[in-house]
Design a protein around this ligand. Sequence first.
Ligand code: PLP
Length: 340
Amino acid sequence: MLLSHLPRVQLVHAPTPLEFLPNLTKALNGPQIYIKRDDATGLATGGNKTRKLEFLIGDALAKGATHVLTQGATQSNHVRQTIAAANKFGLKASVLLEQRVSDGTDEYYNNGNLLLDEILGATSIEVVPGGTDMVAALEAKAKELELQGERPYIIPGGGSNAIGALGYVSTAIELINQLNQIQLAPIHLVHATGSTGTQAGLLAGIAATHSNLTVLGISVRAEKSKQEENVYKLTRATLEHLGLSADLIAREKVIANSDYVGDGYGIPTDSMVEAVELLARTEGILLDPVYSGKGFAGLVDLIRQGHFTKDDKVIFLHTGGAVGLFGYRKTFSNKDAYRL
Ligand SMILES: *Cc1c(COP(=O)(O)O)cnc(C)c1O
């Protein structure tokens, strides 16, 4: 499948590694577990949004934009990667942060991604209350910038539209090539799903290439039926954007599991803490508290429940975000300090 006619910039250190996890596989005594390292995409500590930004920044430049606008939660990985990508291509960046988590610690509101946002130097960082209509807020901000003579380009939350999802169409092709090289089957792909672009792009790429790979999204926010409907819609829109039939995606291939959200978006769960520590202590790999930690907690629990056979090969797509750990220090460590 050709993506070469679509505007794109180069950001990702591709292909990201596909690695076997021998110690974790042994510890869980279930299927063979692999990891696709999209935490290592390379832009300002990496993550999955960099995949989408290759196409979003490409489109912004093709349209003559001078200024990108986006939004996310306080500890948004997407916002951090968007500012970095804008810097690299000489675009200004303004961001709106929704205070979706209201009872975080001081570190949540100052450290982690937010510290990096400041170092990266966005043109403006504005915080708005949780529950704000972020789509309307971005449009209002774009109007304001237009009056100042800017040519704004709106990137939706999480970079999840039919353009951003192309980043994961391209990742599906990259992964399929890696699987063919090492002759790995049958395959189940598992990852954290939020604003849906990652899962929709993967499903569009897998459907368009008629590949035999299942995808399971572990939701970090919405309940199952809503998440599946949103992923399904964006998968169809992405296929159409590629000039393909939206009907290539069968509704039953869109599967989300919302059993690991806990009390809500960005609120820690015991299983997330256990999952972060488990992968760190078996394989030396760091997950994040909001997305990949909950996604991995879902995978670990499903393996323990016998959801996969011993012959199955499971790939966890690591979507990044470990710098978010610095916003959640007290969730992982009660120590005051090691200073003498
Ligand atoms: C945004 C994000 C996700 C979710 O991806 P979507 O495309 O928004 O569904 C998963 N993991 C991390 C670390 C993220 O930042």
